[in-house]
Design a protein around this ligand. Sequence first.
Ligand code: MG
Length: 369
Amino acid sequence: MKITSLRAYQVDLPYVGGTYFWGKGNAIRVAPTTVIVVETDAGIIGCGESCPIGGNYLAAYPEGVVPALAQLAPAVMGQDPRHIHRIERLMDNALMGHPYAKTAIDAACWDILGQECGLPVSVLLGGVLTDGGPMYRVVPQKSPEEVNREMAEHRAAGYRQFQIKVGNDWKGDIDRIHAAAAILEPGESAFADANRGWTVREAVQVVREVRDTGVMIEQPCPSYEECLHVRSRCDLPMKLDECITDLKMAGRLVADQAAEVVCLKISNLGGLTKARRVRDFLVEHGLSVVCEDTWGGEITTAAVSHFAASCPESYLYNTTDLHNYNTASTGGPPPEVRDGKLFASTQPGLGVTPLASALGEPLAEYRAS
Ligand SMILES: [Mg+2]
């Protein structure tokens, strides 16, 4: 089997709640996402999606996926997409870094492999170890009253884990965390995600003031080293996210005992192939993980659902239904969401097809010569 063409499309995903506020005063209303469609000479078509949330969340930007294809597409054109690790090496050899640009091609290859085998990607990743991953819901930065109102809405929709966005006004964040912790019901949990928004000095004061809440602290500061400093002053459980970009960082985290939970975003790691490797390493070292991605529509959520389903249940902290944060779609059907849990499709491959009416004309197209 050979890759014969690769096309890239852009779809704008408006946030379902209007404006999405996160750390350091950042906000988005619309997230442009890139859908990649890979065709083969066997007639099997695979898809993937990459959606960096704006240009300053990670070392990634939404408009960066298409230009990167000028480097990546010639490297994979004519190659057999079923040889996933070979495709991974060809992409890494053609372009250093840019994991978010590689993630959609990687997903499309898994999708093609699954369709050819007649098996869902979760089985190819090792099998279904979690039949229905518990989901969290983000509560963006707002007043404590609004945070509490949103939590009640999400509770009614079945969510039992809440991510409270903080990291802008550290004194207000202390009130926000106390307010969220106070309304938790039995069986529920909350964690406070600063998205790198606090200085070490601010974070140390926050964790001291909220130590009695039991609320987990997520990525308080920009760098891994700053987070380690906060960790040394913090009695609360710690979760690291943005700074865990590869297996080497995961190795440092394990050696330093830097966190109890590690958030793994598929596109921050360069695709399902690398994310699975990092996930399995962390699980082998006894750490809990979040299986998710930065943002995206149904195609991203499909990849997330297989990633989460193939994680041992006792180590899967949670996952998320990214497509339910948008008022637009990239594909269908979406993975099933039921009772606050995300279920991977049992159809071959990713189990999702790009939505032709949403894609429009391709922004870029490459064909085998
Ligand atoms: Mg986070």
